[in-house]
Ligand binder design. Structure first.
Ligand SMILES: [Zn+2]
Length: 54
């Protein structure tokens, strides 16, 4: 599914570090309590981005 790897937030931060296995894509997703779907939506976008460039 695009080869994205999502790392859990470190410490008290709400930022997910997302790395693509192709090595050219890196994204930081800031999670908010009121935006549970935001992370999923953002992930879908960056995954699509990698597919297009691949
Ligand atoms: Zn990529």
């Amino acid at each position: 599914m695009g080869g994205w790897q999502v790392e859990d937030p470190i410490g008290k931060s709400n930022v997910y570090k997302c790395r693509c296995h192709c090595g050219k894509h890196l994204a930081w997703i800031h999670s908010t309590p009121s935006g549970a779907n935001y992370v999923k939506n953002k992930l879908n976008k960056i995954k699509n981005t990698c597919w297009k460039e691949d």
